[in-house]
Design a protein around this ligand. Structure first.
Ligand code: HEC
Length: 108
């Protein structure tokens, strides 16, 4: 392996690891605010529904966690559900998906 390639790898690998880090406590707090305010503007501040459907844990658990994260990032084309990829990383979306499945106050 050339020395230049080795150096490139030594620099790139830790950078990738940092980018893939799960959201820290401050980011998790921002994501919760986003969920109940931004998502809540359509799904209701308590997620009980509005312009968009209610998002109870029981319903969210019908999705695979990564499929739910992809839905959040891509939106639902042809509907009012926007894609959030411009604002959220994949890890952010996975955290939100997990939160929707297990940690919101709305059971069903
Ligand atoms: C501009 C309004 C709007 C906003 C903002 C919005 N949604 Fe939606 N969402 C919708 C609509 C409308 C649907 C239903 C689309 C359809 O007809 O299938 C939907 C559907 C969904 C579904 C699928 C529900 C189900 O029962 O299968 C999920 C999950 C979801 N949204 C999550 C989110 C999350 C998380 C956010 C914030 C990051 C968000 N939405 C922000 C309008 C919105």
């Amino acid at each position: 392996m050339s020395r230049r390639l080795l150096i490139a790898l030594l620099v790139a690998v830790p950078m990738t690891a940092a980018l893939a880090a799960p959201p820290d406590a401050a980011r998790r707090a921002e994501l919760e605010t986003l969920l109940y305010q931004d998502c809540g503007s359509c799904h209701g501040m308590t997620l009980r529904g509005g312009l968009g459907p209610a998002l109870p844990r029981s319903r969210m658990q019908a999705y695979d966690r990564d499929a739910l994260a992809a839905l959040i990032l891509q939106g639902i084309p042809g509907t009012a559900m926007p894609g959030w990829a411009p604002l959220l990383s994949e890890d952010d979306a996975r955290w939100l998906a997990d939160h929707l499945q297990h940690d919101t106050p709305l059971d069903r």
